[in-house]
Each structure stands twice: as structure tokens, then as C-alpha cells.
Design a protein around this ligand. Sequence first.
Ligand SMILES: [Zn+2]
Length: 360
Amino acid sequence: MPTHPTSGQLTDCIVLLGSELTPFRCSRFAWSGDTITAADRIAPASTLEAGAVVVIPGLYNSHTHLGDSALPDGATGLTLEEAFFRPAGYKYRELAKLTRETHLPHLEAHLRYMARSGTVAHLDFREQGPAGAELLRAASINTGVESIILNQFNESPFTEADLRANRPGHALPPAHRAELEHMLSVADGFSESTMNDLTDAAWAEIRTLTSARGKLRAIHCLENAGYRDLSLATTGRGDLIRALEFYDPDIIVHLTVATADEIALLVRAKKTGVLNPRANANLGLPLPPIAALLRAGANLLLGTDNGMLNSPNILAELDFTYKVAKSQFADALWPDPTAILKMATTYAFYWFKTCRSAIA
Ligand SMILES: [Zn+2]
């Protein structure tokens, strides 16, 4: 079982305090278990002095695919479609070859790495159906890093022809309906790769069942223009508006190619987006419109995405995101760095807290 210091203290350090992450120089910062017992403020601290220790809240990674951590660098040189898409993408072929005994140690090793790099909890998009969710649950219990698990069907419920026909009333086949029931008994919610992977009738069915069970819903939208284009060709609706109308997701990942209209739609719907610009960059995709999303007042969290593309190190994601945001604002001093840090700390803390009470 995990161990951690039950108490301790630091002297003369800078602590980011409160939900606004206000930096204060403190003469003493002490804790007992997971409770702060002292933060003796001296004065606000606007500069980092040599040798100063900086204390920040625990970090939340809101988009991982830890199952794919067993395949590091596996997606290098592949397109999004070649690496990640059903039914024959590299990840699905390779994950199917792993046994519980060969897979579990990879999950545990990456969870421990996340803990060492400051992560206390993560939101995982776990493939391989109920067995995949159970495997991550075991790794989470063994390592002490909290995993909120969104589960995906082991195999696609529909043929490509079924998906493109998108017939009204074409809901989940009985075997996949049963798999969904099983997934919701072991996982915290449901996810699929894209809106183009299920029929509209299936999305509506999953929305109803997840609501009835008090489970979360997530989806990847607008990772590249192909998501929107295929959805438009199939249904006459882009993937984001289709997700909002049929599925009502709690969380929407990527938004890499979101237009001004799509950003406005996200904000009007009061939905939370998750950005992971390192993964977008690693695939040669556009960078997400971080500045436009911030200007529009979007609710944003941060994740590291797939273990085949990135280490699950949210500190690296914070660094990259901050620099991309400054580039997009064309201002070396804007945004305030706390606007980015909040995506992995206070905003995420409250989002995860709301999640936990919703799925409790
Ligand atoms: Zn994902």
C-alpha cells in the first residue's frame, strides 16, 4: 500500500494560497496527513528569490489513456487514424496482445511516475471494456493515485456501414447493451473516441443509462477537422453540436480545431473542455485555440492524453501550455500563469470534487 509522510513542515517558502493561487512568502508551512496545519504569511511574493521553495496544490491530470502507457512512443510517425482509430489502429492491435500480468505493471509504473511528478488524481479514458476498467482500478488501489475511470466498449458495436447510415432508432445491439451495463458497474462513466463511432440512437441510449446510474460522460471532439467533416457528412451536424444534442457530455476533450462559433457553443452550453496541446503537437496537428478559449471564458482543464504520445507528466503540459498561450496572445507577459496553473489545480480540484459527489 502507498505510504506518505503523516506530518511535516517547511520554513521560509513561497506558498500559492487559496482558489486564486495567490503567492505568499511564508515563514512556516506545515501539514498533517492531507491537512494544512499552518501557513504563516509574511507578505505577498511577486518574484521568485534564489533558493526559494514554492509549494503548489496537488495536480490533476484530466485526460489520460494509461492503458497505452505499455506502448511508449508507439504512435510516433503514425497519423491519428493509423495509431488510434478502430478497428485496426495500432493501439487496439497491440492492447489485445497484452495479458493482465504483462499489462498491470505498466499501469502501476506510470501511476507511480505521476505521483512523483505531483499528480494526485487523473481522469482516464480506459479502453478494453469492463476488464480494462478493472485493471486500472487495481493499479489505482495498489499505488494510491486516484483514478476516475471512463470506460469504452472493447469492440465497436457498429459496422462502418451502420455508422454512416445512422438510421433512426438503430440503438446498441443487445450484447453491447449488456457490456455497457457491466462497464457502468465497474467504471465511473463512459467515453468513446469520437461522435462518429456510434449512431445517434446509441448516444441517446447511453445518455439515458448513464444518467440513470449517476455516471459521467466524456467525448473527444474536434481533435482534427476530420471529426467535424465526417459528422457533417453523416448527419448534417458537426461533432461538437451533435455531442451536445444527443449525448450531453460532462467533459469534452481536445477542441483543437474549434472555430469561434464552436467556442461560443461550448461556453453557452457551460461545458468543461480539456486541452492537451503536447499530444496535438506531437501528432503534427494544429495547436488548440487556448487564447480564444480563455478570452471566451471557457471552463478548461488540462491533460497529457495518450501514453503512446506523452509521459503523463502534467508539469510538462503546464509549461508547454503556458508558452503556447503567450504565443497566441502575442504577449510575453499574458496570460497570467495562474490562469494556466488553475486548469490543473483549483479548477480541476472543484471539477473532480463535483464528480466524486455525482458518482458517489
Ligand atoms: Zn483521449
